[in-house]
Design a protein. Structure first.
Length: 606
């Protein structure tokens, strides 16, 4: 089975190129193949490509649709436009190759071409008309630099656009003539009646030279001459000069300026046209491919009342599915909206609240990706932007305390049900209300937080203390009379309704059953396995500040905080759990193993 790189090399050889610089054509083709992974193009399709140029993307599309498909490639440029090969030379070369029969070249502006199409004899629209239910996919350079070396590319595009917008449209020959941000492109499409299905930001491979070319054009003497000729007003000229200087400044700071702009991102969006106003008979929609868990997760986040920013979901998808994307690149993509907001409205620290919601849901659901997610979080912490504001992971402590470490175990129901859901909050972390799903998620967040304590610049040991104490020091199952239970239930229920009263009572009693330890024990054990040495050290020192406040009814009656005595008490409690036959055998095995781990830590720490 050929890889993406093999396919790119094969298709690139079909384009007109200098054999001594094949890597240039290969990088262009590989980039377009990468974009194609985000579009649903099936063999046998007919595709209308607007702005085909010399055919770098046309060959990729023609290869995707296969011998039974068709690509109608439209471009308004003159046939002698382009360098080092003109449109005429490049397109003729492709036509003479194996993909030629599948491509029709149209040398005309898109609107006149579409207007010239004859009306169909039946209500069915032309196969490559946009007036049908087929989607429209678009790719454009983003204004997002996924690496510091890419920043000049963004600035060069803005500088060129600031010059070109002052020319007549007919007199402009620049590669960059109009700049539209991803946000504005989407807004225009929606205003025109299209429906946005999904969008993504795709980092480019390092072999692309587009940025180098654009920066070169911006810093050239020809650009200076055009500014003097075209831009008349002194104030307007100052704006263009400032944009050019902003492009030049970071180039001087790059240690390898020849690598300028290898990592700017491409923005893609996928649109569906609005329903036609005439009664056109449509073919049945193609069978939707079965969504993976990641696809379902991202779709759910987009459909929330307060959806996750698309850059964060794109970063997550790249992190999970594309090994060529570095963790640092994914981190920068995810934080792009925050970095931009901070640049416009600076605050004492960046606001990561949207990110924490998505991040801990992902930690809970994607167990096999937890190592990636930890590295992802550490990469975000290392971002230098926002005056180093990411270093403290702002908002994490508050989110952990309020929404993560408030876990409640449900040992019986599968899935568990709340008798009166309208009187309670949403399920923990807004995850499915299923015991095993939430228990696994609870284990995941504890494991990640424990490793974060070892790897990050902050301290998270107090959360380990919280989980351990709730597991080993609380024993609500030993209490048979709960004086406040009936008072609580009379507040939320009509006491005269015996059925509802009993259902709510059973739900409350379930949460304090001894079998909740089957959910608590694995999560508490992970702290001893990951941070056992650190926990033993603060216990020996007698640290009080690294532990949250005590609570009434605890089985621990010694002094507050970490202590050697408390450590030994915990060890005794693990031994007790190992002998509770009401618990799962695996739970008891874990408890016995923790006793061994604690003994080993003690011997190594003396």
């Amino acid at each position: 089975m050929s890889t993406l790189t093999d396919t790119a090399a094969s298709i690139a050889r079909l384009s007109l190129h200098d054999p001594t610089h094949f890597n240039i054509q290969y990088s262009q083709t590989l980039h377009r193949l990468t974009l194609l992974q985000h579009w649903d193009i099936t063999p046998g399709s007919t595709i209308l490509e607007l702005g085909c140029g010399q055919g770098d993307c046309t060959t990729v599309l023609a290869s995707a649709v296969g011998e039974h498909g068709k690509v109608v490639a439209v471009d308004p440029a003159d046939l002698d436009y382009g360098s080092p090969y003109t449109l005429s030379e490049a397109q003729s070369h492709i036509t003479s190759g194996p993909l030629g029969p599948n491509i029709t070249w149209i040398h005309q502006s898109p609107l006149p071409y579409l207007s010239s199409l004859p009306l169909p004899p039946t209500p069915q629209p032309p196969p490559h008309s946009t007036q049908q239910s087929s989607p429209t996919a678009s790719a454009e350079w983003s204004l997002l630099a996924t690496h510091p070396s890419a920043q000049p590319h963004v600035l060069a595009a803005l500088a060129q656009a600031s010059l070109e917008c002052r020319k007549d449209s007919d007199s402009s020959a620049s590669n960059v003539r109009t700049v539209l941000s991803p946000k504005r492109l989407t807004e225009l499409a929606v205003e025109a009646g299209w429906r946005l299905e999904r969008e993504a930001v795709v980092p480019c491979n390092e072999g692309l030279l587009d940025g180098r070319w654009e920066v070169g054009a911006c810093l050239s003497g020809g650009f200076e001459r055009e500014v003097k000729m075209v831009v008349k007003g002194e104030r307007e000229r100052a704006v263009v000069w400032a944009a050019r200087d902003a492009c030049e400044s970071p180039c001087r700071q790059l240690s390898h300026p020849r690598y300028i702009i290898s990592l700017i991102a491409s923005f893609l969006f996928h649109l569906h046209s609005p329903p036609p106003r005439t009664n056109i008979l449509k073919h049945p929609p193609a069978q939707h491919r079965k969504m993976t868990s990641l696809e379902a997760f991202c779709r759910a986040q987009r459909e929330e009342e307060y959806p996750t920013p698309p850059e964060m979901l794109t970063a997550l998808e790249l992190l999970f599915t594309d090994p060529s994307v570095s963790v640092s690149t994914a981190a920068r993509i995810a934080m792009t909206p925050i970095i931009i907001d901070e640049g416009i409205n600076p605050t004492p620290e960046p606001n990561l609240s949207d990110f924490w919601i998505m991040f801990f849901k992902a930690v809970g659901l994607f167990t096999n990706q937890n190592d990636h997610l930890l590295e992802f979080l550490l990469a975000i912490q290392s971002l230098p932007d926002c005056n180093g504001g990411f270093r403290k992971l702002p908002g994490l402590d508050e989110y952990l305390m309020e929404f993560v470490f408030d876990y409640i175990d449900h040992p019986f129901n599968l899935p568990y049900t709340d008798p009166i859901p309208e009187l309670t909050d949403t399920p923990w972390l807004n995850l499915p209300s299923h015991r095993d799903i939430q228990r696994q998620a609870w284990l995941n967040v504890n494991r990640l937080t424990a490793n974060l304590h070892l790897r990050s610049k902050g301290s998270f040991l107090e959360y380990g203390g919280l989980t351990v104490r709730k597991t080993l020091e609380k024993a609500p199952w030993e209490i048979f009379h709960h004086a406040d239970l009936e008072e609580h239930l009379s507040f939320v229920l009509n006491v005269g309704n015996e059925t509802e009263y009993n259902r709510e009572k059973d739900d409350v009693m379930e949460r304090i059953d001894i079998r909740t330890l089957d959910g608590w024990v694995p999560a508490a054990a992970v702290w001893f396995r990951v941070c056992g040495k650190e926990m033993y050290e603060v216990s020996r020192v007698g640290e009080e500040e690294m532990m949250f406040g005590e609570w009434k009814g605890s089985k621990w009656v010694g002094r507050p905080g970490w202590s050697r005595e408390r450590w030994m008490f915990w060890k005794e409690r693990w031994g007790w759990i190992a002998g509770v036959t009401a618990l799962n055998r695996r739970t008891r095995e874990i408890a016995r193993d923790v006793v061994v781990v604690m003994g080993r830590v003690e011997s190594e720490g003396e």
